[in-house]
Each structure stands twice: as structure tokens, then as C-alpha cells.
Ligand binder design. Structure first.
Ligand code: BT5
Length: 266
């Protein structure tokens, strides 16, 4: 696969901010780490960090994010952190809504749904379903705050051209890629431009009106509501039914707010 083509990404950008500066390295430890340290060297909001391969790509709690060289999207954006540091997590929801919208508009045949707090899942086409099957993880978002500045980094890993043999044993059964769903190779640059365009649009919406419109869009792009789930928050494991996404962006399960953790749809 050729390296990601920055000029091709820029050709389709409609943003005034996100992606106006794009940095690319063929290999890096993690684009989130790279963007966070870039801030120390003067990198500004809107700058984008892309790579073809990560040696220490990570998810939450330092879990490994795997990706075969040159096949997928590994991208981090620098953004202003909300003034209230407790709300940084809300940027994960902004990004989720934006990236779901971008992917759903490029690939209208796919059923792509948000899973709280940071996943995009893809389900087999509805028509083909005999009974409800589990969604597979197409993308994961990791939002991290800079240690001393009011700046955040939004990282996203999107499985674009990975095939089944590219995934490791435990991840393979739970992961999906665009090419596996569509059945043909997918242009990464087009997906990146669409994601940046959508992120800028939804970020402006969040700036103007707060979480409310994001919450409404998020609820339209998820099928978690009413589902039975298992929530794992550290040592605590509870099962219940998802009732809502509350006004602050927390999941509500059996009337109780879930602040963080892993949610398994049962
Ligand atoms: C996430 O974490 O889903 C956030 C992943 C963010 C990755 C991006 S890549 C660019 C940027 N730079 C970084 O270093 N990170 C960001 P979490 O919810 O903790 O999920 C992690 C779990 O997803 C792992 O423990 C695996 O089970 C699974 N996983 C790992 N690689 C995967 C893949 N390629 N596709 C689907 N699932 C995967």
C-alpha cells in the first residue's frame, strides 16, 4: 500500500482549521503521544498527526491498538480542551458523532452505530439479518488531555483495509474493517478528509450550543438504548438495561449513571 497521500486529503478538505496542517511519519510510537509532545513544541489546535504504523498504539488503560502497516487510519487531532476539565470526555462523543456521520455518508450500505463511550461498531446489513447479531469494532477513539495546557488530543484508529489475517487472535473475532464489509479496497485519504470535515462541523456545534445537539445526534446513531449490557468499572461489574445518555454524556443503566468503564452489549 502506498503511504497516505497528504495532498489528496487536502484536496477534499472543507475545513478552515482541522487538517490545514497535517504531519505524517511512516512509523511512530503513537500519534496521540506525538501530538501531545507536539503541543510542547508549539503545535496548535487543528493540527493533525498521521502515521502508517504505530509501535505503541494504545487505547484506554494503555491497552494495545493494533494495526497492520499502511492499511488503516491512525490519526490524532489537536483541539482546545473545554474550560471545565471534567468535560474533556465530551470530545469523545463529538468525535464519535462526527466520524460515524462521515463513514455512514461515504458507505451508506453499512450499518455503523456508536457504542458508549468510544467505539464505532458495524453490523451486518439489516436485511440480511435473521436475528440480531453483535456489532464488530470498526474504530476506537481516545481523547487525552495535555498534562499542563488547556489542550486535548483526539486520537482515532479506523480499520480501513485490514483483512481477517491482519488481526491478532483475540481481536479478530471482535473487529471489522471497511474493506471486509464493502468487499473492495477503500481509499484512506477520502475517509480522512470526510472525518476532518465532519469533526470541524460538529465541534463548532458543540462550541455554540454545548452537548445538547451532540447528545441528540449521538442517540440517533446508537442502538444501545433498551439493550441489556454488562458494565465493567474496575472491580465493579453490573448488568442492566441502557436507559439514556444523560445531559452530560454519561450512560444511564437501570437509572444509574455510568461514569467510565467498558460496556459489553449482551
Ligand atoms: C480504543 O480503546 O478503542 C481507542 C483506540 C484509539 C487508537 C488510536 S490510533 C491513533 C491514536 N494513537 C494511539 O496510540 N491511540 C489512538 P479501548 O476502548 O481501550 O479499546 C482497546 C481494545 O480494542 C483492545 O484491548 C482490543 O481488545 C481492541 N482492539 C485493539 N486493536 C483493535 C483494532 N484494530 N480493531 C478493533 N479492536 C481493536
Amino acid at each position: 500500500m502506498p503511504a497516505v497521500d497528504i495532498l489528496q486529503i487536502k484536496k477534499n478538505l472543507k475545513t478552515s482549521r482541522f487538517g490545514q496542517a497535517i504531519h505524517f511519519e511512516p512509523s511512530i510510537d503513537s500519534t496521540n503521544n506525538w501530538a501531545l509532545s507536539g503541543i510542547d513544541f508549539g503545535a496548535k489546535c487543528g493540527e493533525v498527526f498521521l502515521t502508517d504504523f504505530q509501535t505503541r498504539g494504545h487505547g484506554r488503560q494503555d491497552r494495545v491498538w493494533e494495526s497492520t502497516k499502511g492499511k488503516n487510519i491512525l490519526m490524532s487531532l489537536i483541539d482546545e480542551a473545554p474550560r471545565d476539565s471534567g468535560k474533556i470526555f465530551q470530545l469523545t462523543l463529538v468525535a464519535g458523532v462526527a466520524f460515524q456521520e462521515a463513514l455512514a455518508s461515504l458507505f451508506p450500505s453499512l450499518d455503523i452505530q456508536l457504542k458508549w463511550p468510544n467505539d464505532l461498531l458495524v453490523y451486518p446489513e439489516r436485511e440480511k439479518q435473521v436475528e440480531r447479531v453483535k456489532g464488530k469494532k470498526l474504530a476506537g477513539i481516545l481523547c487525552e488531555k495535555h498534562s499542563s495546557r488547556p489542550t486535548a488530543v483526539i486520537g482515532v484508529g479506523i480499520n480501513v483495509n485490514s483483512t481477517e489475517k491482519d488481526f491478532s487472535e483475540p481481536v479478530g473475532g471482535l473487529a471489522a474493517s471497511l474493506t471486509l464489509q464493502i468487499g473492495s479496497p477503500v481509499n484512506r485519504e477520502e475517509v480522512i478528509s470526510a472525518c476532518l470535515n465532519a469533526y470541524e462541523k460538529w465541534r463548532k456545534e458543540y462550541d455554540r450550543f454545548g452537548l445538547n445537539p451532540i447528545r441528540t445526534a449521538w442517540l440517533e446513531k446508537t442502538d444501545m438504548m433498551g439493550k441489556k449490557v454488562r458494565v465493567i468499572e474496575g472491580e465493579k461489574i453490573v448488568e442492566g438495561t441502557v436507559n439514556d445518555l444523560d445531559k452530560d454524556g454519561f450512560l444511564v443503566v437501570d437509572g444509574k449513571k455510568v461514569i467510565s468503564g467498558d460496556v459489553i452489549i449482551l
